[in-house]
Every structure is written in structure tokens, then in C-alpha cells.
Design a protein. Structure first.
Length: 338
């Protein structure tokens, strides 16, 4: 008998719904919120209100595109955390209500697990997915982690950021250069036209496999401050080179710890996930590294790098198979590790 799972994602500012049947994606709908751009970051209250407006039409569209009726659903998977509590409450409450109405179980999903398991989303039955164990570099606006994945429900964090995440470094450095929010894509675009060796920024010396990006941000800020004093048009004149040098430094930091983790674990498969895995430089660096080392690389389609319900649905699918359901008294959580 087929297993059909509806996934609901509402952890930040994207409302998304997806349908997966027997591990194969049937639909994935995302409604983004443009209102936050003028504030230079996500405003939690505005995000919650937008989720309330979007969730019904998004779910309805996902079901229609999948060509199924709501009564065909085996389970409803939803992001329980981490994320913005107000946003999570919208998705959680909707999932519970729909579950009660349809009399199907709900499955709670850790948002970070979803990013890791995005590599198991199959758009065709013949799509290749990673074999366990593998190493996942999870890089996003809120997280930078190296995770040893032994199974869908057995993940060990080998290293994590001790301060800022890689995505924060991209966005905050972009902001001081006057680039729009979110800054990461603008850095990526400009970096393609710049000289990555033009500027040197501080790299952290953190023992083990943990990351740190706060020193890089400070170094970048001081470079701008000191040079703008000498030339008020410094940023505008060097925009592409600054972007390229910043991106190069962030990638160097990420790859240094990834290399150490590969050597420590002996894994033969490396995957990346999270919003920063959409960055062209990161994708190219990981692909080139794996090719040099004779490793298998899994680099997700950009559609599955940002927050989306397909990753929630596939994580929920595996939990459903093992009959791991969520109680109705479970509430969302803002922070958690893997």
C-alpha cells in the first residue's frame, strides 16, 4: 500500500507544502515573503502573519499539483523546530488541525534533519541517494555544522559554529557593503566578477572541528572602515573584489574543517545542505575536493537548499515507515542541535 505524506514547513519566512508518495516527490510549493527586504532581515511578527495568510492556499496548491485528494494522505509531517516560534506555531497548529480532521497521524520533523535528508528526495524512482554513513556539511543562516549521518535517525554533530554561522557572515558583510537583504545571493553574483586574492581577511584558529565566523566579520568591517577613511568610494570601486575575497575566505574556513572531518571519519561520501549550499563557490569547492580525493559528492538542486517542505515530507516519510508519530501535546521549539 502506498504511503503519501504531506509536508509543511514554516520555520522562518517561507511557507511551503509538499507531497511525497513512497519517497517520490509529487509537488513542492513555496510562498516567499518579500516584506522583510526593506527591514534588512526577517521580522518575526510579520512572518507569522504572512504564514497565516499563505498556509491554506499553499497546502491546497500542493495537493492539487500532486493530483491527490486530502483523504489520500497517510500522514502529515511538519517542522516542529528549530526556528521562529511564532512561525512554527502556525505550521504546527495547521498540521494538528488537519490531522484531527482527516484522522491521520502527524510526524514532527527537526528542521536541520530535513536539510540533511534533502538528498533523499527523489523526483524519479531511479534517482540516486546517499549510502550511509556519510558526512554532511550543513551551512545556513543560523547553522554551520559537520554531521556524521549513520541513518535518518542517527546523526552525530562533529563540529558546529561557536558564534556566527556562515550564512550570517555572508548576509552581515553584505549589509555593511550596502547590498540588499538577503545578501548571500548578491555576494555570490558579484564574486563571479571579482578577484578573490585582492583582499585578505582573518581566519579563525579554532581547535577540533568547530567553526567561528565572528573574527572574519570583524576583520571585514575593519577593512572597510579603514579604507573608506582614505577613499569614501572604496566600497563601490571594489565591490566585486570584496565579495570574491569574502566568499573565498568563508569557503576556505568551511573546507578546512570538512577536510579534517573526512580524514577523521574515513567516510567516502560527502553531502552539503542548507541555504549556503546554494552558493556557487561552495558547490564548486566541494565538488572539486571530492573529485581530488576520490569521494562521492552529493550537491542538492538549489530548489532543495533553501527552506522547503519536500525535505520535511521525506524526513516525515522515514519516520512514518517506522511508526514514529507525534503526540498532540508536543509544542514547537526555537533552538536545538541535531
Amino acid at each position: 500500500m502506498s504511503v503519501t505524506v504531506l509536508g509543511i514547513e514554516s520555520s522562518c519566512d517561507d511557507t511551503s507544502a509538499a507531497v511525497i508518495r513512497d519517497g517520490v516527490l509529487l509537488s513542492n510549493v513555496i510562498a516567499s515573503q518579500d516584506v522583510h527586504a526593506e527591514y534588512g532581515g526577517v521580522v518575526p511578527e510579520l512572518a507569522s502573519r504572512a504564514h497565516q495568510q499563505n498556509i491554506v492556499p499553499v497546502v491546497d496548491t500542493a495537493l492539487k499539483r500532486a493530483g491527490i485528494d486530502k483523504h489520500d494522505l497517510s500522514a502529515i509531517a511538519f517542522t516542529r523546530g528549530p526556528g521562529l516560534l511564532g512561525s512554527l506555531h502556525v505550521g504546527t497548529s495547521f498540521a494538528k488541525g488537519l490531522s484531527l480532521g482527516l484522522r491521520v497521524p502527524i510526524v514532527d520533523v527537526n528542521h536541520l534533519h530535513g536539510h540533511v535528508l534533502s538528498h533523499f528526495i527523489r523526483r524519479e524512482e531511479t534517482d540516486v541517494v546517499p549510502e550511509y554513513p556519510f558526512l554532511c556539511l550543513l551551512v545556513s543562516g543560523g547553522n554551520s555544522q559537520l554531521i556524521l549521518v549513520r541513518n535518518y535517525n542517527d546523526m552525530e554533530i562533529l563540529g558546529r559554529t561557536i558564534d556566527d554561522a556562515a550564512g550570517e557572515a555572508f548576509d552581515k558583510c553584505a549589509k555593511v557593503m550596502g547590498l540588499p537583504y538577503p545578501g548571500g545571493p548578491h555576494i555570490d553574483r558579484l564574486a563571479a566578477e571579482g578577484d578573490a586574492s585582492k583582499f585578505k581577511f582573518a581566519k579563525p584558529h579554532i581547535p577540533g572541528l568547530d567553526y567561528s565566523f565572528s573574527g572574519l566579520k570583524t576583520s571585514f568591517l575593519y577593512t572597510l572602515r579603514d579604507n573608506v577613511k582614505l577613499d569614501p568610494d572604496f566600497i563601490e570601486k571594489n565591490l566585486a573584489d570584496l565579495a570574491a575575497s569574502l566568499q573565498h575566505t568563508i569557503i576556505d574556513i568551511l573546507m578546512d574543517k570538512l577536510d579534517k572531518a573526512v580524514k577523521q571519519t574515513g567516510v567516502r561520501t560527502v553531502a552539503i545542505g542548507g541555504g549556503v549550499s546554494a552558493n556557487s563557490g561552495v558547490r564548486d569547492a566541494v565538488a572539486a575536493y571530492c573529485q581530488r580525493r576520490g569521494l562521492t559528492a552529493f550537491i542538492p538542486p538549489r530548489l532543495f537548499t533553501t527552506d522547503n517542505a519536500a525535505m520535511v515530507a521525506i524526513a516525515g516519510y522515514y519516520k512514518y515507515i517506522d511508526r514514529i508519530f507525534c503526540r498532540y501535546d508536543q509544542v514547537p521549539y526555537a533552538r536545538v542541535g541535531v
